[in-house]
Design a protein around this ligand. Structure first.
Ligand SMILES: [Mg+2]
Length: 383
């Protein structure tokens, strides 16, 4: 295969599948009714193909359109190995001025991930090795669209399944109401004892008063973090809530690029950083954010939830950090993007660890027929 890495084509698939009505998970952003994704394919003159994931932004065909129009015109003809140059070109020509902000960050994330896949295929190295890491175990927690608003006894039974699969940490969904939220956390702590790591995520469902009521109980039950009590831009509420307890505040899945993380770190309220590779600017930008976090001694636990592409990439980047945080395992019951769309879904071992794939680049293949057979379903994915 020729090593001519000139980019010749770029395709973005907006894809969806409905979730069965009887098993819908409820969380702070509503009830999940379908899953959406945007999968980006980059082709080079030499015949190498790279795959990446752009977050769907709850408007998947819009993100796909941005990839296939303006961004494609900026990227075709460039050298696929020049990830820094291509990132800068999209940043200066589109993102930084008049350019759809977060939408462009998500769209360019999938392109960047695909370019790293190509770099790996061109050299024969897995992504973790290209980034200077080694194949080491990465601790995983049971997350994704799971462990939602349900009766505490049912929640305990769901958690029991994830612990039996190997997980040593679980993330519970808060943001229902303070009373129910505290009852669920208490039930999980009581059922599984002091060893289980309990993480929580309110998915922006809290008022400042809710946080004031809940945070002392999270301290009492030794919860390891409270994620996104408020929207990403609501720095004032984060500042107020910081004083309500000892539980560290976490955020980052709705922060874009190193520039927003720079402010998040400077503000000092959020001490658990959760950039999403498919949103914040891809592998290239994630590594810059991780370097910044390292200088501030802040842990990085990348957010994932949708396809096996972002899951594989997240494990690779964690294996390339000197002090990796958790991998977010997606333990949702029904995820074709995790189990069917890619050749090699991630696996958690009996000790609760995941391992990076060994094939070149991301180390997995994408079933393009799956993408063609599951076209986008327009409309909101949470109701
Ligand atoms: Mg979250």
């Amino acid at each position: 295969m020729s090593q001519d890495l000139k980019i010749t084509d770029l395709t973005a698939y907006a894809t969806s599948f409905p979730l069965p009505k009887d098993g819908n998970v409820r969380l702070g952003i509503g009830r999940a009714v379908k899953k959406d994704a945007v999968v980006v394919k980059v082709t080079t003159a030499g015949g190498l193909v790279g795959w990446g994931e752009s977050h769907h932004a709850r408007a998947p065909s819009t993100i796909a359109k941005l990839v296939e129009t303006t961004l494609k015109m900026l990227v075709v003809g460039e050298d696929a190995s020049d990830v820094q140059g291509i990132w800068k070109k999209i940043y200066t020509k589109q993102l930084a001025s008049h350019g759809l902000g977060a939408g462009t960050a998500m769209a360019m994330s999938g392109i960047d991930m695909a370019l790293w896949d190509i770099r790996g295929k061109a050299t024969g190295w897995p992504l973790y090795k290209l980034l200077g890491g080694r194949s080491k175990p990465v601790a995983a927690y049971a997350g994704g669209i799971s462990l939602g608003f349900q009766d505490p006894a049912e929640l305990v039974e769901e958690a029991r399944v994830h612990l039996a699969a190997g997980y040593k940490a679980v993330k519970l969904r808060l943001g229902d109401n303070p009373g129910n939220d505290i009852a669920r956390v208490a039930a999980i702590r009581k059922a599984f004892g002091p060893e289980l790591a309990i993480l929580t995520d309110a998915n922006i469902g809290y008022s400042v008063a809710d946080a004031r009521e809940v945070m002392p109980a999270l301290d009492e039950h030794r919860v390891a973090w409270l994620e996104e009590p408020f929207p990403a831009h609501d720095y004032r509420s984060y500042r107020e809530a910081k004083a309500f307890g000892r539980v560290p505040l976490a955020a980052g899945e709705n922060h874009y690029t190193r520039f927003e993380f720079s402010r998040l770190i400077d503000e000092g309220m959020v001490t658990i950083l959760q950039p999403d590779l498919s949103k914040t600017g891809g592998v290239t930008e994630f590594m810059k954010i991780a370097a910044m976090a390292s200088a501030h001694k802040l842990p990085v636990h990348p957010h994932t939830s949708m396809t096996g592409l972002n899951m594989a990439a997240s494990i690779h980047v964690l294996a390339a950090l000197d002090d990796p945080g958790y991998f977010e395992g997606d333990v949702s019951r029904n995820n074709l993007f995790r189990d069917v769309m890619v050749s090699t879904p991630y696996r958690v071992d009996a000790q609760g660890f995941v391992h990076p794939l060994e094939g070149p680049g991301l180390g997995l293949e994408v079933d393009e027929d799956f993408l063609i057979k599951h076209p986008v379903i327009e409309g909101p994915s949470y109701v």
